[in-house]
Design a protein around this ligand. Structure first.
Ligand code: BGC
Length: 735
């Protein structure tokens, strides 16, 4: 089930032959056109023209018949990208493929889209929790289903290629794309990312309802020193190989046929100029056979921004020779013109063009784009849609972390009288984040009318009095005094704070501190003496330590998606027993950004790992206990697996789900090792009083690390396995 056609030898041979034959008939112009990707706005009428089918036929014909473009991306009407109806999408895709059919060699155009939490540019699509929340579920099955449903919904629109999943590791909490990652842990990201790819692509991504994925943003994008998007990372090669490469390696092995490149720079080299990463490692070591696509305008930026190239032409040469196969130009045909010149002058060899084009054509064949038209467009059945919404609701519920619950104040009675206040209480956008209907996700007026905000979901379920007073916006005080007055008439305050949606550079901030307006509202609510339940929504951890300390309960919702409002209320009322766990370390202080897998030196002398909530933390309305941790053998030799068993018991009085986390520590090694690293996890559902014996297998790879010579090695010696409060040791002998 988890294979993919890229690895199927027979199909591979057939496709290789077809690609070779097609390539032999292509002119230089047709080849370079295949490497060119343009934005939809280049071939569409302006938004003010409000066309039923936004395509501008003559511009489209010029792009495909004259410039031979191989790929188009995005929704029409940049910069105000908006979700389109399925009907509009089908018209757009149909127009594009009809023109491609008229081209000399009838090479189909590959249409790409960012569908990062469901088909977010198709109206009424099922929009899942964002990746940070999917990580909090610790549930690869849900990630697999998200992939399946997303692929089905983009294909129903005629779209063919998804710029997802993000395989960057979220180890810099300030970074405005933290929430697009699966959090700070490498193992979680590899497991959830691979499951998503398998759901999205199946065994064969040309099958109806399946589509190719794109691993992004290769590599090191997520770790900017100053936390701002598209600023330098300084990642040594050991760190790169230990923390940032493995998720991409797993994605390649899971069969993802495309890779998008890091839009920033690492160690002084822009992602798009990095031959070592793009060719030596990606091709030579990871054995990636698909094609690479640049990120937005990033080849030009080697000249305009990075000053790495002296001219736009040199920028094209550097990028193509480093290993970029397709350029997301995206607004003109300059890449096409410049690359043709470079080949004609001999500065870029034709062999490099043939290599890139062969890779692109291979993916087009693998995606079934050359099959006879019209393409199979599957309508989602009513039942499939209902199931997809139910899966989404489950994903949202499993992704919400109950971080504090003093004196078991939660769950609330439905009759409780609640004052709901704060900027995050009555918005859908705050639960969805960027890449929702629009790029920034902040056009609340475009959100579906049938989905519920937290306040609306409370109103629906409550049998008591529920009142909403905004209190403050995200950045400015509004009617705090009114909220204080209203609090007198209620028993509980639900304080909903957080961040408005954003992505990329527009989400840059200078501090993790929460805005003063929200802090003032919080302090005013705490001063009323009524119990405060703090709900945080948004894409990254903002500092809430003093508020959390004085709140009776804390729920961290991050970006739970379209079902988030109902899921949060399910948890507030105990209709669902929470089980989400922290996918990141939630900092206590703005600069307290030590991560859970810290090195010994980070907890030496006065240094400590002291987050507000550690990685893996998450409460339930029941309680669980792990015990009896055992390794099958205390001494193993090289190449052997290690079997670990543990018992997990629901020691409370309610049914619930628990994720059991297995950590490993290499006691002494030639390169400093983390105090612990997650190597495996299992999520189980247990009735009150029920227990289950779990077994895990650790492989030699789990014991390995990047050694002094930058190669992955395993060193003999002692290891510790940790689950819950127990630790067991084993040692690896020299032979
Ligand atoms: C983002 C990518 C995205 C691309 C296409 C870029 O600005 O960095 O994540 O896939 O745009 O929309």
């Amino acid at each position: 089930m988890f294979g993919c056609s890229v690895n199927t030898p027979k199909i591979h041979n057939d496709i290789d032959n077809k690609v070779e034959s097609l390539l032999s008939q292509m002119t230089l112009e047709e080849k370079v056109g295949q490497m060119t990707q343009i934005d939809a706005s280049v071939v569409c009428v302006g938004e003010e023209q409000k066309a039923d089918n936004p395509i501008d036929q003559s511009k489209l014909e010029e792009a495909i018949l004259h410039y031979h473009v191989g790929s188009i991306l995005n929704t029409p009407y940049t910069p105000h990208n908006k979700a389109q109806s399925i009907e509009t999408w089908r018209k757009v895709i149909n127009s594009v493929q009809t023109v491609a059919e008229k081209s000399r060699l009838k090479i189909p155009v590959l249409y790409g889209i960012d569908a990062i939490h469901g088909a977010n540019y198709t109206k009424n699509a099922v929009l899942f929790p964002q990746a940070i929340n999917m990580a909090a579920t610790f549930n690869p099955e849900l990630s697999f289903k998200e992939g399946e449903i997303t692929a089905r919904e983009i294909r129903a629109s005629g779209l063919q290629w998804n710029f997802s999943p993000v395989m960057d590791i979220g180890r810099q909490p300030l970074w405005p794309r933290l929430w697009e990652t699966y959090g700070e842990d490498v193992h979680v990201a590899t497991v959830l990312g691979a499951a998503y790819i398998k759901g999205h692509q199946g065994d064969d991504f040309s099958a109806p309802g399946k589509a190719p994925t794109c691993l992004k943003h290769y590599v090191g994008y997520s770790f900017p020193v100053n936390g701002k998007d598209r600023t330098p990372a300084w990642i040594g090669e050991r760190m790169l190989r230990e923390y940032f490469l493995p998720a991409f390696e797993t994605g390649v092995r899971a069969g993802s046929p495309t890779v998008m490149i890091n839009s920033a720079e690492v160690d002084g080299i822009p992602g798009h100029a990095n031959y070592h990463y793009l060719t030596t490692i990606l091709r030579g070591e990871l054995d990636f056979k698909g094609f690479t696509v640049s990120d937005w305008e990033d080849i030009k930026r080697l000249y305009t921004r990075d000053k790495l190239a002296a001219t736009p032409k040199e920028a094209v040469k550097i990028a193509v020779m480093a290993g970029v196969d397709m350029s997301m130009v995206p607004f003109d045909f300059s890449f096409y013109e410049l690359l043709i010149d470079l080949v004609k002058s001999g500065e870029v060899p034709l062999s490099r063009i043939d290599e890139a084009v062969a890779r692109i054509l291979t993916v087009k064949y693998q995606a079934g784009l050359f099959e006879p038209k019209p393409p199979v467009l599957n309508e989602e059945s009513t039942q499939q849609r209902a199931e997809a919404i139910a899966t989404n609701r489950e994903a949202a519920r499993e992704s919400i972390v109950l971080a504090k619950n003093a004196n078991h104040i939660l769950p609330l009675k439905k009759s409780a009288s609640i004052l709901v206040t704060g900027p995050a209480a009555n918005l859908l956008s705050v639960m969805n984040g960027g890449w929702t209907i629009t790029w920034q996700g902040d056009s609340e007026n475009l959100y579906p009318k049938d989905k519920l905000t937290v306040f609306q979901a409370l109103q629906k379920k409550s049998t008591g009095k529920v009142t909403y007073v905004s209190g403050s916006s995200f950045t400015a005080e509004m009617d705090i005094q009114k909220a204080v007055e209203e609090a007198k008439n209620h028993n509980i305050i639900l304080l909903c704070l957080g961040e408005q949606p954003y992505t990329e550079t527009l989400g840059n901030i200078d501090s993790l501190n929460l805005e003063p307006a929200q802090i003032n509202l919080a302090n005013a609510m705490i001063a009323t003496g009524k119990p405060v339940i703090l709900l945080m929504l948004g894409g990254r951890p903002r500092i809430i330590s003093s508020i959390a300390e004085k709140s009776a309960a804390v729920i961290l919702g991050f970006l739970p998606g379209m079902e988030g409002g109902e899921a949060i209320v399910d948890i507030l009322y105990g209709d669902y027993n929470p089980n989400g766990k922290m996918p990141i370390s939630y900092p206590r202080h703005t600069n307290g950004i030590t991560l859970y897998d810290y090195k010994p030196i980070e907890s030496f002398e006065l240094n400590t790992y002291n987050p507000l909530y550690p990685f893996g933390h998450g409460l339930s309305y029941t309680s669980f206990q792990t015990s009896g941790l055992k390794v099958k053998k205390e001494k193993i030799s090289r190449g052997e697996n290690i079997n670990v068993t543990v018992n997990v018991k629901n020691t409370g009085s309610l049914k619930g789900k628990e994720t059991v986390l297995l950590y490993l520590n290499d006691v002494a090694a030639s390169v400093t090792r983390p105090n612990k690293q997650l190597k495996a996890f299992k999520k189980v559902e247990l009735d009150a009083g029920q227990d289950e014996s779990l077994s895990f297998t650790l492989t030699p790879h789990d014991l390995s690390f990047i050694g002094i010579d930058l190669k992955r090695i395993v060193e003999p010696g002692d290891f510790k396995v940790m689950i819950g409060s127990e630790t067991v040791n084993f040692s690896l002998t020299k032979q």
